[in-house]
Design a binder for this molecule. Sequence first.
Ligand code: BES
Ligand code: MN
Ligand code: ZN
Length: 496
Amino acid sequence: MQFSIKSGNPDKQKTGCVILGVFESKKLSPAASLFDEATDGLLSDILRRGDMNGEFGQTLIMHSPAGAACERVLLAGCGKESEFSPKRYCELNARAACVINESGARDAASYLPELEVKDRDSYWKVRQSVECTLHALYRTGKQKSRQKKESRPLKKMILALSDTDSPKEAETALKDGQAIAKGVSLARELGNLPANICTPGYLAKEARALGRKYKSVSVTVHDEAAMKKMGMGSLLSVARGSREPAKLISIKHSGGKKSDKPVVLVGKGVTFDSGGISIKPSAAMDEMKFDMCGAASVLGTLKTCAELDLPINVTGVIPATENLPDGNASKPGDIVTSMSGQTIEILNTDAEGRLILCDALTYCERFKPKVVVDIATLTGACVIALGGNAAGLLGNDDELVKDLLEAGQYSGDRAWQLPLWDDYQSQLDSNFADMANIGGREAGTITAACFLSRFTKDYKWAHLDIAGVAWKGGKEKGGTGRPVSLLSQYLLDQCR
Ligand code: BES
Ligand code: MN
Ligand code: ZN
């Protein structure tokens, strides 16, 4: 898909489809008004006849509008002007992309970026138009033996700006939006792959491929023997139950000065989580192939960094393993020693994410990080608390937490803070080891973060629990690519 920026009247655009916004009730956007004048009142006629009233989500395509140079015009309902929000702007772009993709038009000129969006500038609008269009047009399903071919897919899109907007900012927005969309697509695709293909070794290969593709990226992969040498008894205890060898992947984007401390992103890479000996119920267990979405978001974000050649150092760390039951698997009550030296009583083998993350977090100390952010599909409790709208966010540094919250707000990939108070720490007390790996039914997302906090005392750290946002179930089952947008925004904010 090719994007470009252009200004000029909508009726003059020689294109497969012009996209125009209409507000409720029957109020034309400025670009739609211009188009209406040029076509002798075509749009006002339609509104008057009641084919459409501008309600949010309505769409209407007309062919060969007399007086205009385009083949089609798509009217997109924007709802009440007073209720037009950043979120609605994004949904509108996605919907328009879907409708046009089905229409037969090969190219389009969207006037949606001309719409006023409260508290958002033209950079944001152009970037979101790109991200939302590409998100809507993403198709998975390489595993289907018969690929459904789209007969005439959308190939080119012009984003129209009014003369008052800065073209330079818009060009930056195009570039940023496309790079973020590439990162998001990579994360979605990896998430969607089945666990028999997307193994720990596959994630390592994927990281190495990024290292080959981008000059700024280098990759190191540690095998189980190396992890054993480093004392990663907790991570390895999870891998014991699986025949797929675990990997510890580290992937570095060097865009900053050599002396710049890196931002370190740690992604949970459990390529399948059966629960282990504390086995999960079988309903929807297939969705536990998505338990590596933290890892996928780290690889996606690194791809975005490399595409933009961001002037910053970013290191991704991915502990990757399966969690399966086996004769050799960890049993409830087993005690293991983490790389930090702290001992852990494994009361539930299904709380495996924290067991692999804790060693990865200790490993991070060697990078002398500026900050560390871990990203993990860590607790079902987070799905109960926040649902699919916001990731859970906890951390030991207020400024870092605030920066991440703001990046989420701006990008639309939102997070919500939960308290990491000491009051919850005692839930992890064990009679036999330094700590237990579970903290009981109450506040499950917080006690999971409390567990991790015991391994992150040496640096500024935040934890994103993405269990609710990383994928969708049901009819729309599939990876979302979250939180690549949030993380990319955070990194952009660090550079600019
Ligand atoms: N990967 C799961 C968390 C999860 C569950 C994400 C459902 C999305 C949907 C994690 O490894 C897990 O099993 N967590 C347990 C922890 C419990 C045993 C303390 C959970 O949330 O049930
Ligand atoms: Mn689990
Ligand atoms: Zn898990």
